[in-house]
Design a protein around this ligand. Structure first.
Ligand code: NDP
Ligand code: 2IT
Length: 443
């Protein structure tokens, strides 16, 4: 198999789906040489089968706004691969959502979920609905109509959605309420639920905490620690907030946060008081990050990304391709040593190459942000058992899972005396799913 020929076929079959092409290429770069050395995968066309979703469901979501006017959005669920467990992955509500974005996310989710060691397949869904500026009642009505259609396709042993951009505890609550009403059952068909209706302790914190645990493992491998490091975070949503919380606990200095309008630079770093303000601002009031700068008298840079600030470690936690080639050069030039991806596919293909040639430790999202879906997996187990584990117990399991993901990356990622975390994560994530697909035969 040869990369260019393989990619030509991917582009031909999936025209215009640039994010999906990128996600496939990023994986194929490592997997094609690996498959060429392991012909059992080539003979059974495993990679060719893996890049084809099992099922793509697209539906119309028509709902009524507060003025009684009909609004039309498009809903999606991509059931990508269920070789090792029910389809599992988040729902994204954002105006930029389209088939390409959700296919890239669903495809990456197969590898991420495999790395967690829990029995979960890969899927993703969402809508081009924009929750920004909508009233609470409008969000509720949208969620109900979205779920009316989605409920036909999901279930605790079939497909278990959760949150992602624009979908948090509020939206999951509305969707679960509607699911329960339609299906007449109280089951674990969604994760990220509220604590009083089947949610897991620590699910809200899990992606951010897990990302910091992964960064700590990377540093430990070089006899270093997070303490005293200067860290940049982008975004100010769920992943950013809990990445910041854990970094503060570890004695690191978090000096930036952002949203789609700009970033704040707080050279003194966040502390628990500032973090409480941030949580209230973003989780309760759904305000803008510029208000942080007004409250604490620091600089706000409109329409800029945080990557121009000198740092030791960068945690991109907003969206895909938020670090491009120029950002990567800027980060390296300013002393950045580690990049740990909280957002999915944070870095462009050329950006990855820049970090690689500079010998930067760079953790891909499918490894570094797997803590969120891992605790979703633990939520599924708790729902099946009908009990709730303690926060401490889940935190310990999360730490172990992140440590094991790091070990798998080290095992499969050794290259020229360094660890190529992308190669390690891609190969380790692939092998488990591929071997199961071989065991099933041609189905
Ligand atoms: P939230 O909706 O809670 O927050 C998203 C943040 O990113 C906001 O600050 C938002 O700013 C910013 N953002 C979104 N889109 C853009 C954009 N196009 N350009 C600049 N900024 C943008 O989402 P999450 O924190 O849940 O998700 C963040 C990332 O983490 C995503 O890549 C997601 O896929 C990934 N992830 C999330 C997991 C989870 O459990 N929630 C698990 C694993 C990965 P604004 O408010 O201005 O839009
Ligand atoms: O990208 C992701 O891993 C998520 N949005 C979380 C998925 C989940 O099922 O918890």
């Amino acid at each position: 198999m040869e990369l260019d020929t393989f990619m030509d076929e991917v582009v031909r079959k999936n025209p215009g789906e640039t994010e999906f092409h990128q996600a496939v290429k990023e994986i194929a770069v490592n997997l094609i040489p690996f498959i060429n050395k392991n012909p059992q995968y080539e003979e059974a066309c495993i990679l060719e089968r893996m890049i084809e979703p099992d099922r793509t469901i697209i539906f119309s979501v028509c709902w009524e706004d507060d003025d009684g006017k009909p609004q039309i959005n498009r809903g999606y669920r991509i059931q990508f691969n269920n070789a090792i467990g029910p389809y599992k992955g988040g729902l994204r509500f954002h105006p930029s959502v389209n088939l390409s974005v959700l296919k890239f996310l669903g495809f990456e989710q197969i590898f991420k979920n495999s790395l967690t060691t829990l029995p979960m397949g890969g899927g993703k869904g969402g809508s081009d609905f924009d929750p920004k500026g909508k009233s609470d009642r409008e969000v509720m009505r949208f969620c109900q109509f979205f779920m009316t259609e989605l409920s036909r396709h999901i279930g605790e042993d079939i497909d278990v959605p959760a949150g992602d951009i624009g979908v948090g505890e509020r939206e999951i609550g509305y969707m679960y309420g509607q699911y329960k009403k339609l299906q007449k059952e109280f089951s674990g068909a969604l994760t990220g639920k509220g604590l009083n209706f089947g949610g897991s302790p620590l699910r809200k914190e899990a992606t951010g905490y897990g990302c910091v645990y992964f960064a700590a493992e990377m540093l430990k491998n070089k006899d270093q620690s997070l303490e005293g490091t200067r860290c940049l975070i982008s975004g100010s949503g769920n992943v950013s907030i809990y990445t910041a919380e854990k970094l503060i606990e570890e004695g690191a200095h978090v000096v930036t946060l952002s949203d789609s309008s700009g970033f704040i630079h707080d050279p003194e770093g966040l502390n628990s008081e500032k973090l409480s303000f941030l949580k209230e601002l973003k989780e309760e009031r759904r305000g803008r990050i510029s208000e942080y700068a007004e409250e604490f008298g620091c600089e706000y840079y409109a329409d800029e990304k945080p990557w121009i600030v000198p740092c030791d470690i960068a945690f991109p936690c907003a969206t895909q391709n938020e670090i491009n080639e120029n950002d990567a050069r800027m980060l390296i030039g300013n002393g950045c040593q580690v990049v740990c991806e909280g957002s999915n596919m944070s870095t462009t293909f050329d950006g990855i190459k820049i970090f690689e040639s500079a010998g930067i430790m760079h953790a891909p999202s499918k490894a570094a942000n797997a803590g969120g879906v891992a605790v979703s997996g633990l939520e599924m187990s708790q729902n099946s058992l009908g009990l709730t584990w303690s926060r401490e117990e889940i935190d310990e399991r999360l730490r172990v899972i992140m440590r094991r993901i790091h070990e798998q990356c080290v095992k499969h990622g050794k290259k020229n005396g360094q660890i190529d975390y992308f190669m390690g994560a891609n190969i380790a994530g692939f092998v488990k799913v591929a071997d199961v697909m071989l065991a099933y035969g041609i189905v």
